[in-house]
Design a protein around this ligand. Structure first.
Ligand code: PMP
Length: 407
């Protein structure tokens, strides 16, 4: 239907051609980190071979090439998200982006009696920074629970959006359940009540078109390495008024306009006010290439491809005796947590690895969610557009084999 040749796309990812334990690799851990297309690897390589210099510091030719490449990546990412480049702070990933909001926006503003509202399905990166803020300000954390299929309980969310709530932190897509939260509706409700919203977009951007402006949040955090880009890249988008009002988080070079030892240091304008020190320049060049790559594929095609793969996986999973899937929300992303009765998930993942199949096992940086699921660990198969129907069949065959060994 899409006109995309998915076999050719698969060939864009050199690593996927390798073997593991003498078996063809079946990589089903893209929610953990994604594989990189040759275009991204080559962009990083070319940067180091031809253009490497520091950004914004040198007037020489290489310095301007590096600066252009780095700022070009910011501009590409901004277009991809439908936001202004000047409102995008480049960070090392989602974790840094959320901590930036916690330390620069929340810490100076919250006080005893205030409430930070979270959801049960958040990744630790969208829990722990708020706990640190709560400890230091006396604010209290409240939690929105889930419905049995893994959707957010929106009635509870509405009921908990009281006048005391200053900030709502919510994931766009769950990294364990695959649930896609209606973040635009949620942010609209929050905004009506004067609640500032932080959306963790880590697991949404790799899977679907995302229009950050249309979501209407106050902050949107993202990480590059799950969307074809190098590790150590990411961004925080924020409403301009917040970027102007927030004090810097990390001090150093580049984030200043003028430094005076009498204390009259003048900070740079946002987003540079929040980008102290030498950034991961080559990584962002790779992020720019990743955005180009995904834009050429078309995120609506990526989404449709992954939904087709997910439908195939769901169908095959339904035939495996004693297999339990966690998270069955309608329209979920292609992230599937599962367990097999009587089998420990680490044993399952270890034996699958011997068959060449890479799945994650454990708690997926989501202890509160695992507690709610009532399990100590799950296995997680997370798909990307570069996976194939044949790989899903190979995974299912390996699962049957492993199950016979263990059960
Ligand atoms: N939030 C979610 C939902 C995630 O899946 C992840 C990555 N596991 C993160 C935040 C953290 O991203 P990073 O480690 O790249 O900062």
């Amino acid at each position: 239907g899409s006109g995309v040749d998915w076999n050719r796309v698969r060939g864009d990812f050199p690593l996927l051609a390798r073997e593991v334990h003498g078996k063809p690799l079946v990589y089903l851990d893209s929610a953990n980190t994604g594989q990189k297309p040759a275009a991204v690897i080559e962009a990083v390589d070319t940067f180091y071979r031809r253009h490497n210099a520091n950004v914004s510091r040198a007037v020489h030719q290489l310095g301007s090439e590096a600066t252009e490449a780095y700022e070009g990546a910011r501009a590409k990412l901004a277009r991809f998200l439908n936001v202004r480049a000047d409102d995008l702070v480049l960070t090392s990933g989602t974790t840094f982006a959320i901590n930036l909001v916690a330390y620069s926006w929340a810490l100076p503003r919250l006080e005893a009696g205030d409430v930070i509202l979270l959801t049960r399905m958040e990744h630790h990166a969208n829990i722990v920074p708020w706990q640190l803020v709560a400890q230091r300000t006396g604010a209290r954390i409240d939690v929105v629970e889930l419905l049995p299929d893994g959707r957010l309980d929106l009635d509870m969310l509405r009921a908990k959006m009281t006048g005391a709530v200053k900030l709502l932190a919510v994931g766009h897509v769950s990294n364990v359940l695959g649930t896609v939260n209606p973040v635009a509706d949620i942010c609209r409700e929050a905004r009506k009540r004067g609640i500032v919203t932080v959306v963790d977009g880590s697991q949404a951007l790799p899977h679907r078109p995302v229009d950050v402006a249309a979501i209407g949040c106050d902050f949107y955090a993202l990480t590059g390495h799950k969307m074809c880009a190098p590790t150590g890249t990411g961004a925080l988008w924020a409403r301009r008024e917040h970027l102007e009002a927030m004090p810097p988080f990390i001090g150093g070079g580049e984030m200043i306009r003028e430094v005076r030892l009498d204390g009259g240091t003048v900070f740079n304008d946002p987003p540079r006010k929040f980008e102290a020190g030498t950034p991961n320049i080559a990584g962002f060049v790779g992020l720019g290439a990743a955005v180009d790559y995904l834009s050429t594929l078309g995120m609506e095609h990526v989404e449709a491809r992954e939904q087709a793969l997910l439908a195939h996986l769901d169908e095959e999973f339904a035939k495996v005796d004693g297999l339990r899937v966690f998270g069955t929300a309608p329209g979920k992303a292609a992230v599937v947590s599962f367990a097999i009765d009587g089998v420990h998930s680490h044993d399952l993942a270890t034996l699958l690895d011997l068959e060449g199949v890479a799945v994650r096992s454990g708690q997926h940086c989501a202890h509160p969610l695992l507690e709610w699921l009532g399990v100590t660990a799950t296995c997680r198969a997370s798909l990307a557009f570069y996976n194939t129907h044949d790989e899903i069949d190979a995974f299912i065959a390996a699962l049957h084999k492993v199950r016979r060994l263990l059960a």
